[in-house]
Design a protein around this ligand. Structure first.
Ligand code: 5GP
Ligand code: MN
Length: 346
């Protein structure tokens, strides 16, 4: 039995019925769960409830995730068309925030979201949700993904009636994809409910072999080459058991790295017995984007909050490291990470 309250389902169903224009929003640097969960709910709202739907993201997802976007559902990216993205949010009467715990995680969309008169719903699985900003919040940290949480919610809807075969095909596939990527293909955050969902979606006809091919086997060659280079040339391991990799602008340019092409690299050093936490820094404009993964007993989330202005999940979190500010200049990143290792690790 899931912990979703029947009155919350009724309220969500009513909010959907009352809305004309619905927009789904997810976190910046959208991953498979962000694209999968938004695609999942929008395909449902379009097909089953006849709504005018769109997704609004602060920035574009990796090319390898675009196959999840359902046909006929507009996805507006603020980094590509800011006017249209913000206008869509202003015209919406229902906004559903997926896979992020508050408006600030949608970065460029934050002030428009906060100032919007639309009804707002949160469907998320991160720690520390900002539930007071929403008319209705579904927030469960003990679950694989926002996609799984949405699956459980949709199963409770009268028009689905616990029958996965009644989900639109695009919803079923997108939710399987979001759950698969957030669990790192069933390697972590897998609960009994996760396997039940996978089993029911398979029985309902989701082609998982094709999905895995799309998600994991359609990268460009340079992804494999830059990952090899960074592991061989850039990975350091501290005496306390923190592995870190700094991908500078020069390295990213040299290998012509695009969005999403280093996805998953942060997990690799955790396969080393002595490594308890892995930190990956990727240079962006005046900041490094930081990814953290930890083994049981070490909190990546607490480290991200304390040292990198971030957060996320207990063993998978993210944040930022900026200069000048956190460090005087870019070259000080390694020294900062060594300092974090000495001070944070037990
Ligand atoms: P990733 O390392 O895959 O980018 O992110 C890992 C997890 O941390 C994801 O659940 C993501 O939403 C979360 N996360 C990434 N960056 C940030 C951040 O800057 N702030 C917060 N609060 N969470 C983040
Ligand atoms: Mn997620």
């Amino acid at each position: 039995m899931n912990g979703i309250r029947p009155d919350s389902i009724q309220r969500l169903s009513r909010l959907m019925d009352d809305a004309t224009r619905v927009s789904a929003v997810a976190h910046t640097h959208p991953d498979g769960d962000a694209v999968g969960s938004t695609a999942g709910i929008l395909a449902y709202l379009a097909e089953k409830r006849g709504k005018d739907v769109a997704a609004v993201f602060s920035d574009s997802p990796a090319d390898t995730l675009r196959f999840l976007i359902p046909e006929g559902v507009p996805y507006l990216f603020h980094d590509k068309e800011p006017g249209a993205a913000l206008a869509r949010l202003r015209e919406s009467d229902l906004i559903i925030l997926m896979d992020c715990n508050g408006f600030s995680r949608a970065e460029a969309l934050e002030s428009t979201l906060a100032g919007s008169h639309a009804r707002k719903v949160l469907i998320d699985h991160h720690l520390d949700p900002e539930t007071e900003a929403f008319d209705l919040a579904f927030s469960t940290p003990d679950i694989s993904s926002a996609s799984e949480l949405l699956y459980q919610i949709l199963m409770e809807m009268p028009d689905i009636g616990h029958d996965a075969a009644r989900l639109p095909a695009a919803t079923a596939r997108a939710l399987m994809a979001g759950m698969t990527t957030d669990t790192n293909n069933f390697a972590n955050s897998v609960y009994p409910s996760t396997l039940r969902m996978a089993s029911e979606l398979l029985a309902a006809g989701v082609d998982r072999d094709t999905l895995l091919m799309e998600l994991y086997n359609r990268y460009r060659e340079n992804r494999v080459r830059v990952m090899g280079y960074l592991q061989h040339e850039a990975m350091r391991i501290t005496p306390e058991g923190v592995a870190y990799i700094v991908a500078t602008r020069e390295i990213l340019d040299r290998f012509d790295v695009r969005e999403g092409e280093t996805e998953g690299l942060v997990n690799v050093p955790l396969s080393i017995d002595a490594v308890k936490m892995s930190i990956f820094l990727k240079e962006a404009d005046g900041c490094f984007r930081v990814s953290l993964r930890s083994k049981k007993g070490i909190s990546a989330q607490r480290c991200a909050m304390t040292w990198f202005h971030g957060g996320g999940h207990e063993n998978a979190s993210g944040g930022k490291l900026c200069w000048p500010g956190d460090i005087a200049c870019r070259e000080e990143a390694a020294a900062y990470l060594e300092h974090v290792s000495r001070n944070f690790m037990p």
